[in-house]
Design a protein around this ligand. Structure first.
Ligand code: SF4
Length: 419
């Protein structure tokens, strides 16, 4: 057994994954260049149509929530949590919220912060949807930067299957209100031909993402959850040629591996599904299962980052995207979430499910017991609950994890006659 696989960074098998470090660094560098050159910067939550509007108007998007996994990877979260706690924020709150609040009130702007941290915002977009921590996070950000112009968004929160025409019309008005706000603050006008081109690129990225994930149905799978970092491109670069070009290279590599039947490990014995957000400070956990011949083939989280767009009607497409922007939180019913996990288990030929009971994300953890029962009753697929936290290593015990996960893997191997 390779004990080095217990913690920290994951072992990646894709050659294209090695390009990611450069892509991440360039994104943050671009933000600092924008600050120097006076290009307006907006801080925003991801996945709501804003990114396409920003790239179409040549503005600089920044995603503070996405900065949290980067802080986790660079070991900055402890300092940020200490700052947040000293301000009275309870350790029971969402790790993204605590990390962002701690960062902006602590080490932001200090020398030596990896990637130079985040550039200060000229505009802040406070979501009117999703979970309470997501909304509160941006409210605190707005308080910290009183000079920035604030857009308070408002969106109906309905399960995706219940979206009606009047919801779409309302969301289109919101998209127009955002464009008007940006014109007023920056003086820039929207070029609607450019917006159409950006929406096409965004949709192309999603199509490529769907194709890449579809190869994970192959046995053996050519790509595992250890490559989840690829998602960075889906979060920060949707609507750009860069995303399309990079994802095309990833798709080509994954396709080739699938055609050659090149798996993640020499002998794939057990196929696993991971529910909830990964542990950003310990992505190496995905490799842990490999010692038992197990591969994490699919997850709820990465599937949430692809929303196909109707490219013939860009404004409506972005409105629809905004209505679906919290596919695991407020835009989904319990029934639908259960169906999604069950469908993924069928499609990806899953033998066992890891239910990450996430201390700092209750919205996504909610309903896991129903999912557990349905998996057993409807599919006969066993699952195990692992208590952890997607952002806070203090809420994760490796020895407890090894006890539970190890016993679960032994049981799965026995069931398959592969022990
Ligand atoms: S969905 Fe979960 S992780 Fe995301 S902001 Fe809300 S509580 Fe935090």
């Amino acid at each position: 057994m390779d004990k080095t696989q217990n913690t920290g960074k994951s072992t990646k098998r894709l050659a294209t994954a090695r390009e990611l470090q450069k892509i991440v660094a360039e994104f943050y560098l671009e933000g600092h260049e924008a600050r120097k050159t006076g290009k307006p910067i907006g801080w925003m939550p991801p996945m709501n149509g804003l990114i396409e509007i920003f790239y179409a108007m040549d503005l600089q998007p920044v995603f503070p929530e996405n900065w949290s996994p980067v802080c986790a990877a660079f070991g900055l979260i402890h300092k940020n949590y200490m700052t947040a706690e000293s301000m009275g924020f309870s350790p029971d709150l969402c790790g993204y919220l605590r990390n962002c609040v701690g960062y902006i009130n602590g080490i932001m702007g200090e020398e030596g912060v990896p990637l130079n941290g985040l550039p200060e915002p000229d505009m802040i977009f406070v979501p009117g949807a999703g979970c309470i921590p997501a909304m509160k996070n941006f409210q605190y950000i707005a308080k910290r930067f009183p000079e920035a112009k604030v857009f308070n968004a408002d969106l109906p929160q309905v399960p995706i299957e219940n979206i009606q025409r009047y919801h779409i019309d309302y969301a289109i008005d919101e998209i127009k209100r955002i464009i008007d706000f940006l014109t007023e603050v920056t003086g820039k006008k929207m070029d609607y031909d450019r917006l159409a081109a950006v929406v096409r690129l965004s949709d192309q990225s999603c199509a490529l993402w769907d194709e890449i994930t579809s190869y994970r149905r192959c046995i053996p799978t050519p790509i595992s959850a250890a490559e989840v970092g690829l998602m960075f491109v889906m979060v920060t670069r949707q609507g750009t040629q860069l995303a399309v070009d990079y994802l095309t290279r990833v798709r080509d590599e994954v396709k080739q591996r699938a055609e050659n039947k090149t798996g993640i490990i020499a002998e794939e014995k057990v196929r696993l599904f991971w529910d909830n957000i990964p542990l950003w400070y310990n992505l190496g956990l995905f490799n842990y299962f490999e010692r038992y011949g197990g591969v994490v083939v699919a997850e709820t989280y990465s599937a949430a980052w692809s929303i196909r767009l109707d490219t013939s009607n860009p404004l409506e497409a972005l409105a629809m995207k905004s209505l679906q922007s919290y596919p695991m939180v407020s835009c989904v019913s319990m029934k639908r979430r259960k169906e999604m996990v069950l469908k993924a288990c069928r499609d990806y030929h899953i033998d066992g499910v890891i239910l990450h009971s996430n201390k700092s994300c209750l919205p996504i953890t909610l309903g896991q017991m129903d999912i557990k029962r349905a998996l057993e009753k409807e599919l006969g697929v066993p699952s195990v609950v692992i208590e952890a936290d997607h952002m806070d290593p203090a809420n994760f015990s490796m020895s407890q994890f090894e006890d539970r996960a190890g016993a679960f893997m032994e049981m799965l191997l026995q069931r398959k006659g592969r022990s």
